[in-house]
Design a binder for this molecule. Structure first.
Ligand code: GLA
Length: 364
């Protein structure tokens, strides 16, 4: 039976639309070998992903003339990722985004998580899912499965939490990311991918046109922790219901823009009832003609304009990553949900499975 299954799997992989090839990506400082995976679809779109932090290393998509270009920030080798960098391409957890005062109460117990962003905890703490080695599994259908078991008490979070992420490249030029998680104790979970996009392949992103399917966003305090309010976007620089250049209002005299040093906020996705994936965002770069849509099952999306990039990091091909040279669209639960009872719940219980999916679709 096993042999039959193996033969079947081999045949299926030969016919899989997406080709998946694995290679060596060097070693961590502790000497653990790291792999890199190249997914190529029928139309020639290529995604490379490493199991160090589950990071998307490159994403090559066609422009309006069919010329391929890399649309994400990152590094040519593992060393760049091991050095200090703002989560380039990474999987984020156990709790993506911020937890106010780096603590929360669950079932009457106070949990303290690392303060790595002023008084707050950001992106899972000091050694979040972005800095761990994921166990890779190449699937017969050409997708890449990454698994990580986050131990009870790791970075302060309760419960042994098993997380699986599947990266899938489809022939419709979609990078689909499917997340699932389970636990043996009540815990909080918020998972996302932190890719930095520049559809032009260089320069700043201020001329990219953005549409966000959101009528409200969650305004923040000076530590970028939501106040708890859902604020209508109407009449504010946060209204992206119609395609608008990112740079058009970014320097306006607006309190929220000042607090974020630009856009660094969570929008509440207008979900269409009865549909699984909703279109949350669309980005169009007029020069290259590249268009990216973001579809998700998640209730929120963090739109971040690379305000903290400052030109000190040199990335792929020696490129300097300047302020606002990329944008992030992190699909997620709202920041600080463990302390905001009115936000959609983020508690995961034993016997239940957390599931979410996000698709980055390149329309050309
Ligand atoms: C997220 C946060 C930002 C910033 C980046 C990483 O997008 O919201 O404030 O911390 O990650 O630099």
């Amino acid at each position: 039976m096993d042999k039959m299954w193996a033969a079947f799997a081999l045949m299926a992989s030969m016919h899989a639309a997406t080709k998946l090839v694995s290679g060596d990506f060097g070693k961590t400082r502790e000497g653990t070998p790291v792999r890199i995976y190249t997914l190529t679809n029928k139309r020639g779109m290529v995604a490379t992903i490493t199991n160090y932090g589950g990071r998307v290393v490159s994403l090559k998509v066609p422009d309006k003339k069919g010329a391929m270009g890399d649309v994400v920030l990152g590094f040519d080798s593992i060393d760049g990722y091991l050095n200090e960098n703002p989560y380039f391409g990474a999987l984020i957890g156990r709790y993506a985004n911020r937890i106010g005062h780096a603590q929360f109460t669950l079932d009457g117990v106070l949990y303290k998580v690392p303060k790595n962003d002023g008084d707050n905890s950001l992106h899972g703490g000091t050694r979040g899912f972005d800095k761990v080695i994921w166990t890779p599994h190449t699937r017969y259908d050409g997708s890449l499965e990454l698994t990580y078991i986050s131990k009870d008490g790791e970075e302060g979070y309760p419960g042994n939490c098993k997380v699986t992420v599947i990266y899938r490249l489809t022939d419709a030029n979609e990078l689909k990311i499917e997340y699932s998680a389970s636990t043996d104790k009540d815990t909080v979970v918020n998972l996302t991918n932190h890719s930095y996009f520049n559809l032009k392949g260089g320069g700043d992103i201020l001329g990219h046109l953005l549409t966000l399917a959101a009528d409200t966003f969650t305004p923040v305090d000076s530590g970028l922790i939501p106040t708890g309010e859902l604020k209508p976007v109407a009449g504010t620089p946060f209204d992206f219901r119609k395609a608008t250049a990112i740079g058009a209002r970014i320097e306006q005299n607006d309190e929220q823009l000042k607090l974020g040093k630009g856009y660094d906020h969570n929008w509440v996705v207008s979900r269409r009832p009865g549909t699984e994936l909703s279109l949350a965002a669309r980005v169009e770069e007029p020069k290259s003609g590249r268009v990216m849509e973001v579809w998700t099952t998640q209730p929120g999306i963090q739109f971040y304009t690379g305000n903290f990039l400052d030109g000190t990091i040199k990335g792929k091909g020696g490129k300097v990553y300047a302020r606002r040279s990329a944008l992030c669209l992190e699909t997620q639960h709202f920041p600080d949900s463990p302390n905001k009872p009115k936000f959609p719940p983020v508690v995961l219980k034993p016997g239940r499975e957390f599931k979410s999916a996000t698709v980055y679709k390149f329309v050309r």
